[in-house]
Design a protein around this ligand. Structure first.
Ligand code: MN
Ligand code: MN
Length: 300
């Protein structure tokens, strides 16, 4: 089971800098083959289908807890896309072509299919597919795939960071580089425990350090790359049998935190009248509520 909080993991800069093409680039990190929907669903299905979990509890706990973090990443990267889209159009009468300013945006779906919000697509508008998910049931094979997936996800994040300097995109991608780096090391350590092979010697892949990116370095300076969360108040604590020792890049001590980090308020999204969203005003809502009360003969 999951619980949900009305929070996101980091504060996204509150900038009014519409950039639909930046939003399209960030879509790759949501619905691309190496995006957050892929990492989420890999670990989700590996956790559902895990065999001998009692005997292999630290590995099971690792996949269970990282799954939950990935769901929060899907949420975070979606809000980054929304921030990039925000303010792309202005309200005008239909005959004045209010959506004309986005006619040449690389992803029309943001404007035609939805109302300027994130969608489960990659940067080219291809829908995310379950065929991206790998779950052989063989523990070492799955961990090896997860290690590769997180390295690939890291490469994609680095390229998107290099493609756009939109402050919301950079803030989120920088943070996700750090958290993805944690998952790379966690799966490398899990493989070392399962096989005796020192996989951490391979990192970082690509060889460029997260510390080369301003928006990632600021989190590493706070030690965000040394912490692994259980995302549960009581369960999954045996991840400390995997997440232990020191970080392979800067030798800082690793720490397991029971529970979740404190989040930040989810940004408010204004109405987009030219897209008919939400299509109901606060006054409309009050009038409907009043009518329902009268019909139900409910007194104030
Ligand atoms: Mn992630
Ligand atoms: Mn990850």
């Amino acid at each position: 089971m999951f619980t949900r909080m009305d929070e996101i993991i980091i504060e996204i800069p509150n900038v009014e800098k519409p950039d639909p093409n930046a939003a399209a680039a960030v879509q790759e990190l949501l619905g691309g083959k190496f995006g957050e929907m892929s990492t989420l669903n890999h670990y989700l299905y590996q956790s559902f289908n895990f065999r001998s979990k009692d005997k292999l509890k630290p590995f099971y706990d690792l996949v269970m807890s990282i799954t939950t973090e990935e769901l929060g990443h899907v949420e975070l990267v979606s809000h980054a896309i929304n921030k990039c889209l925000r303010g792309s159009t202005d309200y005008k009468e239909p005959d004045k072509t209010p959506l004309g300013s986005v006619q040449d945006a690389r992803l029309s779906y943001h404007f035609l299919s939805g109302a300027q919000g994130a969608m489960p697509f990659d940067s080219m508008g291809n829908p995310w597919t379950g065929s991206n998910v790998f779950n052989s049931g063989n523990l070492v094979e799955d961990l090896l795939h997860n290690f590769f997936l997180e390295c690939g996800a890291r490469t994609h994040k680095m390229k998107v960071y290099e493609m756009t300097d939109h402050p919301a995109a950079r803030a989120v991608v920088g943070f996700l580089l750090v958290r993805g780096g944690v998952h790379v090391v966690a799966y490398a350590k899990a493989l070392e425990i399962a096989t005796g092979v020192n996989v951490t010697k391979l990192v970082p892949i690509p060889s460029l350090s997260n510390k080369s990116f301003n928006e990632a370095r600021k989190y590493e300076e706070k030690g965000v790359h040394t912490k692994l969360y259980t995302w549960s108040d009581t369960d999954f604590s045996t991840i400390d049998q995997i997440w232990k020792g020191t970080h392979p890049e800067d030798a800082l001590p690793l720490e397991v935190i029971q529970g979740s980090p404190k989040g930040f308020p989810i940004p408010e999204a204004p109405s987009v009248e030219e897209e008919f969203a939400p299509g109901i005003s606060a006054e409309d809502f009050k009038a409907v509520a009043k009518r329902l009360k009268q019909e139900g003969n409910i007194k104030e």
